[in-house]
Design a protein around this ligand. Structure first.
Ligand SMILES: *[C@@H]1O[C@H](CO)[C@@H](O)[C@H](O)[C@H]1NC(C)=O
Ligand SMILES: *[C@@H]1O[C@H](CO)[C@@H](O)[C@H](O)[C@H]1NC(C)=O
Length: 226
């Protein structure tokens, strides 16, 4: 009886010892696998960050100042000057975004009288780019406004007459890039006002503009078109 109990005890010790050993081994294996796995994950993270995106990020800021007026003289010559914030270069730059548009240009602009930009829009339309323009009715009816040019070229344009002003100043290129800021698209804004323009293709910023433009376009559907 007694020896049997001792034998049982020994077996128990063996069993416990075996279980402890087994759990040690399991723990060891777990640690190894875990280390290898987290190394793999970390390397992946690093790789993911380092891999350059196929599309490069665009984020630009332009400042127009009272000094901009000095560049008005070389605006007609199509030349830019070496000044860091030459408004002519800024304008050419904005035009080049329009000229490179492949699918769509959505413009929401309070005051739009600048010929070089309206010509770029008409040219895009002629290339087959889908152009939609929203303007404030009162500003759009102004003699200097480019409204007639857009109508004559068959561009879809909606003039909004509301209690509040249609005071936006932004353009979306290919649903992928936004050009926005304080600046009316007028010569006086580009050449003499203190104004700014921001250009970005950051998705989290572009997306809300796309959604809002579509919403406005639908809200002011045919009824406001003429
Ligand atoms: C712009 O404003 C500054 C500050 O008042 C002044 O010194 C400068 O002469 C102005 N430039 C022009 C072109 O008017
Ligand atoms: C835009 O143009 C209109 C009409 O010329 C003007 O009243 C307004 O002050 C300009 N600037 C802004 C920031 O709206």
């Amino acid at each position: 009886m007694c020896s049997f109990v001792v034998e049982m005890k020994n077996k128990k010790i063996l069993l416990v010892g075996g279980a402890v050993l087994a759990s040690e081994v399991l723990w060891y294996i777990y640690k190894r696998v875990h280390n290898v796995w987290s190394n793999y994950i970390n390397t992946r993270k690093v790789l993911e960050v380092q891999i350059p995106k196929s599309k490069h990020d665009i984020s630009e800021v332009m400042f127009f100042t009272n000094e901009s007026i000095l560049c008005r003289t070389h605006f007609t010559t199509e030349m830019t000057c070496p000044k860091n914030n030459c408004p002519v270069r800024y304008l050419r730059h904005i035009e080049s975004y329009m000229n490179n548009a492949k699918q769509s240009l959505d413009v929401c602009m309070y005051m739009f009288t600048c010929h070089s930009l309206s010509n770029a829009i008409v040219n895009a339309h002629k290339r087959g780019v889908l152009v939609r323009i929203i303007m404030d009715r009162q500003m759009g009816s102004n003699d200097a406004a480019q409204t007639a040019l857009f109508y004559n070229n068959g561009i879809a344009i909606r003039l909004i007459c509301q209690d509040g002003l249609m005071h936006h100043k932004f353009m979306i290129v290919d649903n992928d890039l936004v050009i926005t800021g304080s600046t009316n698209w007028t010569m006086s804004a580009f050449f003499g006002n203190f104004d700014h323009i921001v250009v970005t293709n950051q998705h989290s910023l572009v997306k809300p503009f796309v959604v809002e433009f579509d919403r406005l376009w639908k809200t002011f559907s045919k009824s406001q078109e003429n």
